[in-house]
Structure formats: structure tokens, C-alpha cells
Design a protein around this ligand. Structure first.
Ligand code: MN
Length: 357
């Protein structure tokens, strides 16, 4: 079984870090399985047992959960950075990796002052590179989150009706997904109808759904911290000819999914999707990138975009979501989460592509 903490320690050795200071709670959860709602500082050495520093109020919980690190209790009157400093000194650390992508300026200035005997090196990338491919255990969690979101789409479609408000539909979907085991929503549930469906970042509002509206349903669920992200677009009543942009978007999405293979540059996948949209003249209305990685965060690596330098890797999970947005008219977006395997892309979200309801 792949152990990401051991892989990380190997990387630290290769990159000649004496130690690494994991301060982002999502990353300390990634390695230790303990999610703190205050702080959980993980000090990782290439060869010693990692130490997880948690506040007193989290100690019992962490002690029961964590199997691969030594859990250190920080009582309310102690200074955690001071205690970590002692440990760094005892182990003769000269250079310390830090999480440059997520640390506050205040925290950075604080450690620069307190740890002035150290050379601090940027290291977020090392963790991002580990998170880009998923373990079997992570894939199971992502699959569960996807299954719940699939059912959430069906609930949205059942509830959508003329004169109901977008927020009401969003509430029905979230209530249902919670009952199915979703811990929370990874992002606000989006039900965007009519002219509002043309806002690529549209959110649910008090607008009432009307006959003939295009409606974007963009939702996600969360299992053990792992997110899903799916979008379907429906129309109430028979679609008018212009609403058939749906067919171009669906074709672009399906072709892009088929294009995904291990070793391919991510930008090529977006190019393929854009070729299809260009055939019908809609390419210029596709104003965002094609997709993003999904894991503990709903947006992580790889980036599926024209500018991306990422190479698609086996066991990466990411979205493919072309969209076309015609101002004052409406928009269409179709999104699935896919797992990249040796046999190509496998969709983890499997809600039907229903258009007319
Ligand atoms: Mn997305």
C-alpha cells in the first residue's frame, strides 16, 4: 500500500531538507489522518518519527486517531513555536521546509524571527506533487462522494419546477446529501437559472425558476474530507434552437474525456474541447479552464487548462467541465469527475445527462 508520509520522508531526504514544518491543517490531516479545527503542526524529519503538535483540547481525539506520528500535547499556557524550536535545535536542523502556499504573512514573520538560526525553504510543491495522485483508500472516498453528488443531481431535477426559487432547490439538494452521509458541502450548491445561468460563477439566488429557463446544477459532497464536484444543465420545457448549445458542450466534454491518457499534457485536453466548440462558434464563450484536480480540496492539481504545464498521471482525479455562457440568454456547463487509469479516463460521477425536464 502506498504510504504518502513515507514517500514524503523519502522526498525530504532527496531534496536535502533537515526537516519540514507542515502547518496547513489539511496537509497535516493528509499525512496523519487527524483533522484539527484549530491547529495541528506536523514536524516531519527524513528519518525520525514525525511529531504532531496539537492543542490540549484536541489531544485525546488525536491520540486515538493518529497511528504514524508521535502526538505532542500543547497545554494552554505553553508556546507551541517555542517547543518546536527546542526540538529543531535538539535535532540540529539547519534548513526547514515550510508551506509557502498557505502560510499567513504574520505566521511567516513570526517564525522568521523565532527561528532565526534556520534557513527556511519553500516546499509546498513537494506536498502538492504527492497529493496529485490518489491512493486506493482516497479513491474509495472520492467515489463515495461522487455517488452522493450523482443522487443529489437527481434530487435537484425532481425538485426543479416553475416558480420555485433557486435557493429552495439548493436547500433540498443539500438536505438530501447530508442525509446520505455528506459531512458538509465543499462549495455552495449552485442552482442558477435563466439569465443567471450565463454567469460562469453564478450562485443560487432568490430568483424564481421560469418556463424555458436553462438551469445549471453544480453541486458537490464530502466524505472524510474528500470532495466531489459535478455539473448538469437542464431546461424547463422543450428547448429552443439556440439552447441546443447543450449538444456542443456535451460533445466537447465527451471528446475531452476520451482524450485523457497517462503521460499527456493537460493543455492538449482543453485544446480538444475547444476544437469542438469552435465548430459551432461557441469557443469564445467558454471563458474558464476545462478542469481541475479534486481531492481534499475541491480545486487542486492537476490544472486542466491551455496554460497548464501539468502532465496527466495515473490515479489522478480531476474534473472535465466545458461551459458556454451567452450573456442575457443563458449558459450550459457539464462536468464530471474522472479517475485516470491505464485504460484511460473512468468517470466517477455518473448522473444521467438529462437535458429537458
Ligand atoms: Mn468544478
Amino acid at each position: 500500500m502506498v504510504d504518502k508520509l513515507i514517500e514524503f520522508q523519502r522526498k525530504l531526504q532527496e531534496e536535502k531538507f533537515d526537516a519540514f514544518f507542515v502547518t496547513n491543517t489539511m496537509n497535516s490531516y493528509y499525512f496523519s489522518k487527524f483533522l484539527s479545527h484549530s491547529y495541528a503542526f506536523l514536524l516531519v524529519y527524513p528519518e525520525l518519527t514525525p511529531k504532531l503538535y496539537v492543542p490540549e483540547l484536541d489531544y485525546e481525539d488525536a491520540r486515538h486517531t493518529v497511528k504514524n506520528c508521535e502526538v505532542v500535547k500543547i497545554d494552554r499556557n505553553s508556546e507551541v513555536l517555542q517547543l518546536i524550536k527546542q526540538n529543531l535545535e535538539e535535532n540540529q536542523v539547519n534548513n526547514l521546509g515550510i508551506e509557502d502556499n498557505s502560510m499567513s504573512v504574520k505566521f511567516y514573520l513570526d517564525i522568521t524571527e523565532k527561528y532565526n538560526f534556520l534557513k527556511l525553504d519553500k516546499g509546498s510543491q513537494l506536498i502538492d506533487e504527492l497529493r496529485i495522485t490518489k491512493t486506493a483508500e482516497e479513491i474509495e472516498k472520492l467515489k463515495k462522494a461522487c455517488r452522493i453528488a450523482d443522487k443529489g443531481v437527481a434530487i435537484a431535477e425532481e425538485n426543479i419546477a416553475v416558480n420555485r426559487r433557486e435557493l429552495e432547490i439548493a436547500a433540498e439538494v443539500e438536505y438530501f446529501m447530508r442525509k446520505e452521509g455528506s459531512e458538509t458541502v465543499p462549495f455552495d450548491t449552485i442552482i442558477a437559472s435563466g439569465y443567471r445561468s450565463a454567469f460562469p460563477h453564478g450562485v443560487s439566488s432568490n430568483k424564481k425558476i421560469q418556463q424555458g429557463d436553462l438551469i445549471i446544477i453544480d453541486i458537490g459532497a464530502k466524505i472524510d474530507g474528500y470532495c466531489s464536484d459535478i455539473t448538469r444543465t437542464v431546461v424547463i420545457g422543450p428547448p429552443n434552437p439556440k439552447q441546443q448549445i447543450y449538444n456542443s458542450v456535451l460533445k466537447a466534454q465527451q471528446i475531452a474525456i476520451k482524450t485523457c491518457e497517462i503521460g499527456k499534457n493537460a493543455n492538449v485536453v482543453e485544446e480538444e474541447a475547444r476544437k469542438i466548440l469552435s465548430e459551432t462558434g461557441y469557443n469564445e464563450f467558454f471563458v474558464h479552464s476545462l478542469g481541475h484536480g479534486v481531492g481534499l480540496e475541491v480545486h487542486e492539481l492537476p490544472t486542466i487548462a491551455l496554460k497548464s504545464k501539468d502532465i496527466l498521471q495515473e490515479n489522478s482525479v480531476f474534473t472535465i467541465e466545458p461551459g458556454v455562457y451567452l450573456p442575457n440568454f443563458g449558459g450550459v456547463r457539464i462536468e464530471d469527475d474522472i479517475l485516470l487509469t491505464k485504460k484511460g479516463a473512468k468517470t466517477l460521477t455518473n448522473a444521467e445527462y438529462t437535458f429537458e425536464i
